[in-house]
Write a protein of this length. Structure first.
Length: 403
């Protein structure tokens, strides 16, 4: 909450910059990128930025951030980067035509981007309701008043001009969440799917994990609760501990990676006790998609990670110990949780061995195939090409012919 209020205060302090932004002419070949409120060099924006730097020589691509370490990370890779509200960042933002983000204009310079086009690449196909569709209590009883009236005056809270998504399902959900017409939401796939071509084996070995030592690797990836204010007992009392003999017998490794805003309990004690459970934290593995090719089964709850993992056509198990609470007292979800599931739905760790056997016998293959067809059909290795063609048209740059 404190970070959220600080971002609101910053938006108010920089409001005098807005009139200048509206008056400045825009350069069609200058594209600005940013992600995760300017705090990460990550996600769809990062993969598209790298593609543009290599394959679009006519475009000047600049990464903007609110964190010095992010700026240095981009520069270390040979890219151009600046702090969003430094003099350099402001001048770049006043001239750029396109702003490519994962969350909102707050990823970059929300004030100086006025007059340019904000194109949201998003950070995943949503299962959790968000935007206009979410039940939100950020400010208690004042939340509705803020969302309806006050946020419209804040540059960083304005809606995107265009949204690029991974599938037709994502398109419908984004149209609803942002209140956008169909022509402003386009399904092209996700740039971050390029991570599946990276060396996941080397990534694990770099953290002291040898994949060949195991018969299979499971990834448990629970998402946030209560918009970052809720927690989760990952161990579920003694249930996960009681699963250790089964993991040993089957020769399995269980990786645990919670959402960056999820307060997890019960993990560290288990990782100290058994080498069969390892916490794959964001610090150790910043890009979870780069890890997925070494994962044999994904276990998650309400995370959009399931839609990315579907690209690999591997089993997905949903574990939702708090489903009723999530459906009725959290932000809620799109669709029907059971009907839309890519695989079996369980309530706790004690059900995993039997479910594992069902999956291994192919009982849920048809469900997974249908899920993959709905959400990952555009995973053809050409997402960034389609996306840059789309962006060239929006920035009025001439199309590039075949090479």
């Amino acid at each position: 909450m404190t970070a959220y209020l600080l971002r609101l205060l910053q938006q108010l302090l920089w409001l005098p910059l807005c009139p200048l932004a509206w008056l400045m002419p825009r350069d069609a070949s200058l594209w600005v990128f940013g992600a995760w409120y300017g705090r990460q060099y990550a996600d769809n924006a990062r993969y598209l930025y790298r593609h543009v730097c290599v394959h679009e020589p006519e475009v000047r691509a600049v990464w903007l951030a609110h964190d010095h370490e992010v700026v240095e990370q981009v520069r270390h890779e040979g890219g151009e980067a600046a702090l969003a509200y430094s003099l350099s960042g402001i001048l770049i933002s006043l001239r750029a035509r396109l702003f490519l983000v994962t969350h909102s204009a707050e990823d970059v310079n929300a004030h100086a981007s006025l007059g340019g086009l904000v194109i949201n690449l998003t950070h995943g196909t949503p299962l959790k309701r968000f935007g206009r569709d979410a039940r939100s209590r950020r400010f208690g009883s004042l939340t509705s008043l803020f969302d309806r009236y006050l946020r419209r005056a804040l540059p960083g809270k304005r809606g995107p001009d265009h949204v690029l998504v991974a599938s037709g399902v994502g398109r419908q959900r984004m149209m609803s969440a942002y209140g956008l017409p169909a022509e402003r939401v386009t399904a092209v796939g996700y740039p971050r799917w390029d991570a599946f071509r990276l060396d996941a084996t080397a990534l694990l070995r770099g953290e002291g994990i040898e994949p060949r030592d195991y018969n299979g690797i499971l990834l448990y990836a629970p998402t946030l609760r209560k918009q970052g204010r809720g927690g989760l007992d990952v161990a579920q009392g003694k249930r996960l501990e009681e699963l250790l003999p089964w993991l040993e017998r089957e020769g399995l490794l269980l990786l645990i990676r919670g959402h960056v805003a999820l307060k997890m309990t019960g993990v560290q004690a288990l990782t100290r006790r058994s080498q069969r459970i390892v916490e794959a934290s964001v610090d150790r593995f910043p890009d979870v998609n780069a890890l997925l090719p070494e994962v044999d089964v994904l276990i998650t709850d309400y995370s959009s990670l399931m839609f990315d993992y579907a690209c690999l056509k591997r089993p997905i198990i949903l574990m939702a110990p708090d489903l009723d609470d999530y459906l009725h007292r959290d932000v809620g979800i799109y669709g029907d949780y059971f009907d839309d599931a890519p695989g079996p739905v369980i309530a706790d760790w004690s059900q995993l061995p039997d479910t594992w056997a069902e999956v291994a016998e192919g009982h849920h293959d048809a469900r997974l195939a249908g899920f993959t067809a709905r959400h990952a059909a555009l995973n053809d290795g050409r997402v960034c090409e389609r996306m840059t063609s789309y962006l060239r048209a929006r920035s009025h740059l001439p199309a590039v012919g075949p090479t």
